[in-house]
Design a binder for this molecule. Structure first.
Ligand code: SF4
Length: 262
């Protein structure tokens, strides 16, 4: 709870720094929109980075293959506690040769029921954000999460609403091998993390997302692919809760567009 309060304080400080919104893109409007989205919360517990999963080498070997092969394997995976209670795993969606890979936190209620990441209000907003810089999950973006199964407060009741929670560092460490294999299969030019959890987990950096966002970093998914540029930004659900944050995300999207034009 104290970690969530810390994160809330960070967001509050960020909001105070901003007096107005001025950019023209249509998704950046909508001040006063009510915050109510089924997506998982912005923040994850602020703990030390988890230790690498046990038997990392055999796991890495098993977590390889084409994007389709990986999706089949992910849908069958029960390697961690999350797999015991999910309705279905959510591998990802989008272009196989995507130049941008967007990485969220984990499936929520709707994703668990549909098998597709970023559906509902967060997904619609993400699509608008992508569209504003000429990107689309149908043509040049792949969207996935750092954990593939729905983290629930009460795992015994996957049919209840308001049951989402952020994945723990241990859960993200257990599952990240799938994401790394997906990155190796797609070979995107740029990674964009959405929200605090995937940024902190991939970068092994506990800096608040309000400070991490907008800073270009790199992430190496292994397999000899080498470091890939990574841009952290806010999760669309955070924008639904706090529309003033759209200005920051618009700045990040302009930076992404510039990077892609190089
Ligand atoms: S969360 Fe990841 S590691 Fe855990 S069961 Fe689902 S796919 Fe497997």
């Amino acid at each position: 709870m104290s970690a969530e309060l810390d994160e809330l304080k960070d967001l509050t400080r960020a909001l105070r720094r901003r007096a107005s919104m001025s950019d023209a893109s249509d998704w950046t409007s909508g001040r006063g929109a009510k915050a109510a989205d089924a997506a998982a919360p912005e923040s994850a517990p602020k703990t030390a980075p988890a230790k690498p999963a046990r038997n990392a080498a055999p796991i890495a070997a098993a977590r390889s293959g084409s994007l389709d092969e990986l999706a089949t394997k992910i849908q069958a995976c029960r390697a961690c506690e999350l797999g015991k209670y999910r309705l279905q795993a959510v591998p990802g969606v989008g272009a196989r040769d995507a130049k941008v890979m967007m990485i969220g936190e984990g499936p929520g209620f709707q994703e668990d029921h549909t098998g597709e990441p970023f559906v509902g209000r967060s997904g619609q907003l993400l699509d608008k954000i992508l569209e504003s810089i000429g990107l689309s999950r149908k043509t040049n973006v792949y969207i996935a999460n750092i954990v593939k199964c729905h983290p629930m407060k009460n795992p015994s009741d996957p049919e209840s609403h308001g049951n989402d929670r952020p994945p723990t560092p241990e859960e993200m460490d257990e599952c990240r091998g799938w994401l790394e294999a997906q990155i190796r299969a797609i070979k995107p030019k740029v990674l964009v993390t959405l929200g605090a959890s995937p940024a902190k987990a991939l970068l092994r950096d506990q800096t608040p997302i309000t400070k991490l966002r907008g800073q270009w970093r790199t992430f190496d998914p292994g397999g000899g692919l080498g470091p890939i540029k990574l841009l952290p930004t806010f999760h669309p659900a955070a924008l639904l809760r706090n529309p003033e944050l759209k200005k920051d995300v618009w700045e990040d999207m302009k930076s992404l567009r510039q990077e892609l034009s190089k």
